[in-house]
Write a protein that binds this ligand. Sequence first.
Ligand SMILES: [Zn+2]
Length: 374
Amino acid sequence: IKRKGFSLRRPLHPVVLLTLVYTISRLCHFKAKRGFDSLNQTSSVQNSVAVFWDLDNKPPNAFPPFEAVVKLKTAASSFGVVRSMVAYANQHSFSYVPKAVREQRRERKLLNQLENKGVIKSIDPYVCKVCGRRFYTNEKLVNHFKQIHEREHQKRVNQIGSARGSRRVKLVGKYSMKMEKYKNAAREVLTPKVGYGLADELKRAGFWVGTVSNRPQAADVALRDHMVDVMDKRKAECLMLVSDDSDFVGVLKEAKLRCLKTVVVGDADDGALKRVADAGFSWTEILKGKAKKEAVSVVGKWKDRDILKKLEWTYDPEVERKLYDSEGMFDDESEDLDFDGSDDGNSSDYIHKEDSGAWWELDTESDADSSKSQ
Ligand SMILES: [Zn+2]
């Protein structure tokens, strides 16, 4: 039988290793008991990242939401594979229009008036991105878009809405390209009826968006519950939280207890959350792509931790004994392999053994031992 987890390439100093393994076994009791199975169970979530965005606390504001998500996702993916992105906010956050967007709209209105009066003229014509028609003023383009394309779109939506079963599926397939084209064009031409399209932009960028009531803390509670659910179902190995709200300290601590990796994105430099998390970044660092560089060193540390964790599982004395007793491979000397002894002063025996050979190559050593004794 070939044992998993023994193929440690990089020899660590035995004392350091034993101390760390002991510490980790203390922290990760729930895993230590599972033995080999846990290795297979966790393989599907290995390196997976779940992103949680507290929109009420950290709205993207001046930065376009779609681009903000792209940057955030890039940063998150340097910690692993991004499996889920979840954002919560109350209705107020979604209907709010940031100052920068309000100013943009005011400016556009002014330009439209000047264009209509013939005072100014755009160098390039305004092109309809659905049908390709060209207009000399922005207002004409907007009117054309509303009269022709917005109506067409509404018709399609209604048709799909009233259809059932296979007819519905057919219609969705038939219209999907056209509707996508419309949505992309509408984003630039039409002003969202509510807010500035925050929820739509986040969804477009891949977020699952939850709206809660305007009751204070409602979004916090929803987000926290969602995080706990992801932990309970072990859907992710790393949690990335976008918030500065110290109410999340508890859930981050819980994540650490469960041996999950934690990353916080917030602007409070020495905030309560950053003190708890494994790594912390500011929005500026995320937007400038600085997080990616730092992530490399963080991930390096995690990898070392993971190697140690795997070793710890493999050394579970009960599993070891059962496995090898049944194979008849071990004699009484196998007790030396128990890591239990590492914390009560017997570790010196163990280290002594190391001097006589490369102890981390237990595969070959124990194979040789057992073949001698047979
Ligand atoms: Zn058109």
